[in-house]
Design a protein around this ligand. Structure first.
Ligand code: ZN
Length: 309
C-alpha cells in the first residue's frame, strides 16, 4: 500500500502526515492518518472523524478506538483512521473552515482551491482510491442532539448492508448530498456510511459506546478481529420530519431522543413568561424521536423534535 509516496508494508502500523496548507500565521494544516496493516490480505476500512470540526463525539470515537488498540492486532486487512479531518474547525469550535466553507460540501475538492477544497482533495486523491469501505463519524449540530444512528444511501445496497453490519440502534436511509464525502465515495464504488451521535462540542457517552461497538461489529464481520460486542438489531426508517413549535415562549420537553411517541401524546409544553397560559405540544403521528433541540427559548415554527416513521 502506498500513501503520498510512503510505502506501508503488510504487518506494520504507522502514521502518515498529509500536508494540506498553511494558515496566515504559518501554522501548518495537516491530516494525520494512522494505518494498521495485517500480514494477511483483507478489506481496507477507512474510519474518519471531525469532518465538521466541532463534532467532537466523532473525533473521540475514532481516538478512543485507536487508544483502545482495536486495530493493533488485525487478523487480516487494513484499517486507516483519520481522527480529525477539520483541524482548523476543531481549534476554533467551528463546523467549518476559516473561509466559512464546509469540507463535507467541497468534494472532490481541488489542490489549488480553498482550504476546504484542499482538505477534500487530499482525501479524494490519497485515501478514497485505496479503501474498500468507510465509516464517517459525525455529531449533531449546535444544541441539536442526535440519537446514535447511521445514515446510509438508500440507493446503494452495499452501504445499507454496511449500516446493518455496524448495527446502530437506528438506520436512516437517505439520499446523497451534493459534493459530500459520502457522494464522492459512492462515485468511487466505496460504500460509506455516516454515523451521527450526540450534540456538537459535548461528549455523549451513549454515542461513543454505540460508535465503538459499531466499529467492532464491522471488523468482526470481516474477520479482522474477534472482539466481544453486544448483538443489536437496528430499526430502519425511510421518512423523517421535524416537529415544530406551535407557539413562542419557553419550551419544556416531556420527551427526548430515543423515545417512541403515539399520535396525540404530550411531547412538551410552551409557557408564556407573563401569564400562566400553557400551550401543549402533542405528537401529530406515531413516531420515533431521533433528534431534539436543547434550546428552550423558542419562536413559533422552531424545530423541536426530529422524528422518523
Ligand atoms: Zn457533521
Amino acid at each position: 500500500m502506498e500513501i503520498n509516496n510512503t510505502i506501508i508494508e503488510p504487518g506494520t502500523n504507522t502514521t502518515i502526515e498529509l500536508n494540506v496548507s498553511k494558515l496566515p500565521s504559518g501554522t501548518v494544516i495537516s491530516l494525520y492518518a494512522h494505518v494498521f496493516r495485517s500480514k494477511k490480505p483483507g478489506p481496507t476500512i477507512l474510519i474518519t472523524g471531525g469532518v465538521h470540526g466541532d463534532e467532537i463525539n466523532g473525533v473521540e470515537i475514532v481516538r478512543r478506538a485507536v487508544a483502545q488498540k482495536l486495530f493493533n492486532k488485525l487478523k487480516c486487512g487494513t484499517v486507516i483512521t483519520i481522527p480529525l479531518v477539520n483541524l482548523y474547525g476543531f481549534n476554533n469550535f467551528s463546523r467549518d473552515l476559516p473561509d466559512g466553507k464546509d469540507v463535507n460540501r467541497s468534494f472532490p475538492g481541488s489542490h489549488i482551491g480553498s482550504l476546504a477544497a484542499r482538505v477534500a482533495s487530499t482525501i479524494t486523491r490519497h485515501i478514497i482510491p485505496i479503501v474498500d469501505m468507510g465509516i464517517d463519524f459525525h455529531t449533531g449540530g449546535s444544541s441539536i442532539y442526535n440519537y446514535p444512528q447511521i445514515r446510509a444511501n438508500s440507493e446503494d445496497a452495499a452501504s445499507i448492508a454496511l449500516a446493518n453490519i455496524f448495527a446502530p440502534p437506528l438506520i436512516l436511509e437517505s439520499g446523497l448530498l451534493a459534493k459530500s464525502f459520502r457522494k464522492e465515495c459512492f462515485k468511487h464504488n466505496v460504500p460509506m456510511v455516516v454515523f451521527e451521535g450526540g450534540e456538537s462540542l459535548r461528549i455523549d457517552a451513549l454515542s461513543i459506546t454505540e460508535g465503538i461497538n459499531g466499529i467492532k461489529r464491522v471488523l468482526n464481520h470481516y474477520q479482522m478481529t474477534a472482539d466481544e460486542v453486544p448483538v443489536q438489531k437496528p430499526v430502519t426508517y425511510q421518512s423523517q420530519t421535524w416537529m415544530r413549535a406551535t407557539a413562542s415562549g419557553i419550551f419544556v420537553a416531556q420527551k427526548q431522543s430515543g423515545e417512541w411517541v403515539k399520535k396525540g401524546e404530550l411531547m412538551g409544553y410552551i409557557t408564556d413568561p407573563y401569564t400562566s397560559k400553557i400551550h401543549k405540544v402533542t405528537a401529530k403521528r406515531d413516531a420515533f424521536i431521533f433528534g431534539h433541540d436543547n434550546k428552550s427559548v423558542v419562536n413559533v415554527g422552531k424545530a423541536l423534535f426530529h422524528i422518523c416513521y
